[in-house]
Design a protein around this ligand. Structure first.
Ligand SMILES: *[C@@H]1O[C@H](CO)[C@@H](O)[C@H](O)[C@H]1NC(C)=O
Ligand SMILES: *[C@@H]1O[C@H](CO)[C@@H](O)[C@H](O)[C@H]1NC(C)=O
Ligand SMILES: *[C@@H]1O[C@H](CO)[C@@H](O)[C@H](O)[C@H]1NC(C)=O
Ligand SMILES: *[C@@H]1O[C@H](CO)[C@@H](O)[C@H](O)[C@H]1NC(C)=O
Length: 809
């Protein structure tokens, strides 16, 4: 039997192959006269019009005399090679994957293609989403599993810092390393698709799932998404960019319409998804909500127009769980329905036989069903899951089922978790040398958030409780903790080295106990929290979204009582997002505030590294902390009900710091803010180059255009550590577009994380592309560099600009 493949035209093997090419050798193409077959286990694969290569895989035995049947047969017999729908600017990796997928899809029946796209139904497989195996091509079916911070519903996995924390590091290396470690864990469990990263934009500060994403700036979110995807996919696991799009709150998420103008959509909400496409993301998840009155999973403009059109996304779009609303969504750009059934456990589906019938009746074209199958299989080839991928070896619905092989995938990931936990901790206030600690005689530790949960770290299903140290929010974006290091435990252990006496009270409401523990201690730590999550769980009256931005459990009163008693009070905050701290932030006895966010399983150790100066704080806020919730550009709409709730995004481009800047509202702590134990000096700004000239393309693939993304402006400056301790500074570059564009006063377009020892200085270089300096031209439907002067603002936060220059475009 001779492995034999065709590419558009039927090639025929002249005689029998005298030799077979080894794996990865050329086997055809322009002017090729050598052997056109590969050794067993490899397939001669067309990479482009001029080069064919032996790549891993198994080709079907095909008769050398009978041509492959053409598309005239009944729908259940294989058809000819489907046409290639390759958008311009497709990456070489996707191109190679597409060629393999076309070959495979040619061997599939209509039923097979539909099966590729149809989940088997809620809880009918071992994972939260499952597709069936397709035997003719040895496709094992896909296992899809939450979450963006680790493997959900599994044992012997790690609980990573939430995305909001890795965003606070402003450090691409750490973002990448976290993605790699998570990819390693998903792969080890046999999971094909990791359901993350999440990149909604924290439009409203109380939004329940904000912490699953990278904060409220589209550029930082895009970088977080990019690095996470590259990291996850480097281990051969498909990443999933979600939730596309405008899923910005939990209330009415399935019964609301986010009404967003085209410019805002491009410049804010869609931007991290474009960046995900640049990372070759395998899949995208469409969200529950509507956009302009049409559900995200059947929104032709968002899916076909922007994502698969302008952004040239070659992978597949899956629905959020039960977010599919029709069979004909397929024509609007939906490729896969998850978990498969219309509602959980309904036993009915919009895909499956309904989709087969739709193709047979012509309401979905053959070309579209081929396209959908190619996209799904190409993602599988892209991540090389066709060879050597481990089988699923855990059982999401029953960890005690014998199917669960209890594979320990944690490796040494606790180290990167601890490091990110420290690097994401934001020091907000530190007066009188309160921190770092210098062998204090006595420490008081106060508050429930310093200790263990009364039920153990996983005692509340999907973390739906606020009890003990808060290290992740609640909902589907969670993982089980293998263990959870509490601040009490970590500080107590570290304090022993100095012979420090540690006293504690873990009650949030026993204020007398708090005062007793705080009294007379060298330093008093008071822990407060604020939690949120996904709307299917209500915790202490918060139905996913927070009801307000106040600390939970009477945290303000607890701080007040401790501060009244101890003149070195350190407030430690574990929170999903901003809290209002006006009641105590200026209290003279509150001498330090440490923002610990949601640091994951090593919470206490990461915090202790900061408190004792093992890690010099370099975390920066990935959102603004306002003085009141009314200061923000948008807020949760708590309306709910069966009618579609209209959510006009009237603030347009002006969310978070963009709104504060535009309206001259003083925040308590601005976007990008964070202190260090040392000081840094900025000098010598130089801005070279220009984005002037030329016109960006429009249409399919235009947002990936290499000319658009060419770095054309180089910004350099000198950064010096003029303090006494080594550490990282996070220089940030904001642009100020010409006033005529009605753009935000400042928009983040660059950052770095630079390590400097005392007295050391370094030249920092940040580069800008035409795209970075563009706005979306709604009339022309293309990116455009505004004519005139664009300000280049470099500094230590969005409101601590140290150097100013400009570029003329
Ligand atoms: C929604 O409507 C706004 C205003 O008409 C428009 O600019 C935008 O492109 C629309 N978006 C979608 C996805 O239809
Ligand atoms: C600060 O703490 C001291 C105890 O060390 C206390 O006497 C004083 O009243 C506190 N200050 C305020 C403003 O509460
Ligand atoms: C370090 O540089 C900053 C910024 O220029 C300056 O404010 C500060 O006084 C300097 N510190 C020392 C110790 O020179
Ligand atoms: C990021 O963090 C790591 C670990 O702290 C550090 O080594 C590195 O210098 C930081 N910056 C960058 C750009 O990687």
């Amino acid at each position: 039997m001779v492995p034999f493949l065709t590419f558009g035209a039927i090639l025929s093997l002249a005689g029998s192959a005298v030799s077979q090419q080894p794996l990865y050798a050329q086997c055809g193409g322009n002017g090729w006269t050598g052997a056109t077959t590969c050794v067993s286990g490899a397939v001669c694969t067309k990479l482009n019009d001029w080069y064919l290569q032996c790549l891993p895989g198994n080709a079907p035995p095909v008769s050398t005399t009978t041509p492959v049947p053409t598309n005239s047969g009944p729908s259940t017999t294989p058809t000819s090679l489907p046409p290639v729908a390759t958008p311009p600017n497709m990456s070489p990796e996707w191109q190679a994957a597409y060629e393999k997928a076309r070959v495979a899809v040619a061997r599939l029946s209509l039923q097979d293609k539909v099966n590729l796209a149809t989940g088997v139904g809620w809880q009918n497989g071992h994972c939260v989403g499952n597709t069936p195996a397709i035997s003719p091509i040895s496709f094992p079916g896909l296992c899809l599993q939450d979450s963006p911070l680790g493997v959900r519903f599994a044992d012997l996995v790690s609980a990573f810092p939430a995305a909001i924390n890795v965003a606070a590091t402003f450090n691409r290396t750490l973002m990448r390393q976290r993605g790699e470690a998570m990819g390693d864990e998903f792969r080890g469990k046999g999971i094909h698709v990791a359901l993350g990263p999440m990149m909604n934009l924290a439009r409203v500060p109380a939004g329940g799932r904000n912490w699953e994403g990278f904060g409220s700036d589209p550029y930082l979110s895009g970088e977080g998404a990019y690095e996470t995807i590259i990291g996850i996919q480097s281990h051969g696991v498909q990443a999933n960019a979600k939730h596309y799009i405008n899923n910005e709150q939990e209330h009415s998420r399935e019964t609301s319409s986010s009404n967003v103008d085209d410019r805002t959509q491009h410049e804010l909400y869609a931007l991290p998804f474009l960046r995900s496409v640049q990372a070759n993301v395998a899949s995208v998840m469409c969200s529950y909500n509507q956009i302009n009155g049409s559900f995200a999973c059947e929104n032709d403009k968002m899916l076909n127009g922007i994502l698969k059109g302008e952004f040239g996304f070659p992978g597949y779009v899956m629905s959020d769980w039960a977010a599919t609303h029709s069979t004909l969504s397929v024509n609007k750009g939906l490729d896969m329905t998850m978990p498969g059934d219309i509602t959980f456990g309904s036993g009915t589906t919009y895909f499956g036989n309904s989709l087969v019938s739709a193709v047979q009746s012509g309401s979905v074209s053959q070309a579209r069903i081929d396209d959908l199958a190619i996209r799904i299989l190409a993602a599988w080839y892209l991540t090389k899951q066709d060879s050597g991928f481990p089988p699923v070896n855990f059982h999401a619905w029953n960890l005690n089922d014998p199917f669960n092989k209890h594979v320990n995938v944690q490796g040494d990931h606790k180290n990167i978790i601890r490091e990110i936990g420290a690097a994401s901790t934001v020091l907000l206030k530190n007066v009188g040398g309160t921190l770092p600690l210098k062998a204090p005689r006595s420490i008081g530790i106060i508050g429930n958030g310093a200790g263990p949960s009364s039920r153990g770290p996983n005692g509340y299903s999907d973390r739906g409780g606020t009890d003990g140290v808060l290290a992740m929010g609640w909902g589907s974006g969670t993982a089980d903790f293998p263990y959870l290091i509490t601040p009490l435990e970590a500080i107590t252990t570290r304090a022993r080295a100095d012979g420090t006496i540690v006293s504690s009270t873990l009650s949030d409401t026993d204020l007398n106990a708090a005062a007793t523990v705080a009294a007379g201690k060298d330093v008093a730590f008071v822990f407060i929290t604020s939690n949120s999550g996904e709307g299917y769980i209500t915790v202490e009256g918060h139905a996913g979204d927070r009801n307000n931005l106040l600390a939970w459990h009477g945290g303000d009163a607890l701080v007040a009582r401790v501060a009244a008693t101890n003149s070195r009070t350190v407030v430690v905050v574990n929170s999903v997002g901003p809290i209002i701290m006006e009641p105590w932030i200026n209290h003279p006895n509150v001498t330090a505030v440490v923002w610990s966010g949601l640091p994951g399983q090593e919470a206490g150790n990461s915090l202790t590294d900061i408190l004792y100066g093992v890690y010099n704080p370099s975390g920066r806020l990935p959102y603004t902390i306002g003085k009141t919730e009314n200061d923000y550009g948008a807020r949760v709409l708590y309306t709910s009900g069966p009618q579609i709730v209209q959510m006009p995004y009237t603030e347009g481009l002006f969310i978070d710091y963009r709104y504060f800047d535009k309206n001259n509202i003083a925040p308590r702590f601005e976007y990008g803010f964070g202190l260090s134990y040392t000081t840094f000096q900025y000098s010598g700004l130089s801005v070279a180059g220009s984005a002037d000239g030329g016109t960006a393309p429009s249409g399919p693939g235009s947002s990936l255009d290499p000319w658009l993304h060419e770095k054309v402006v180089t910004v350099t400056f000198t950064l010096a550590n003029n303090g006494t301790v080594a550490g990282h500074e996070i220089p940030q570059l904001y642009i100020a577009l010409p006033a005529s564009t009605n753009s935000p006063p400042k928009s983040l377009k660059g950052f770095d994380s630079v390590y400097l020892t005392p007295g050391q200085s370094k030249t920092v270089t940040l580069e800008l592309s035409r795209f970075d300096l563009s706005i979306w031209n709604v009339a022309a439907q293309r990116w455009q560099v505004p004519t005139g002067q664009t300000g280049i603002l470099v500094g230590a936060s969005s409101r601590d600009i140290r150097l100013t220059g400009s570029v003329t475009n």
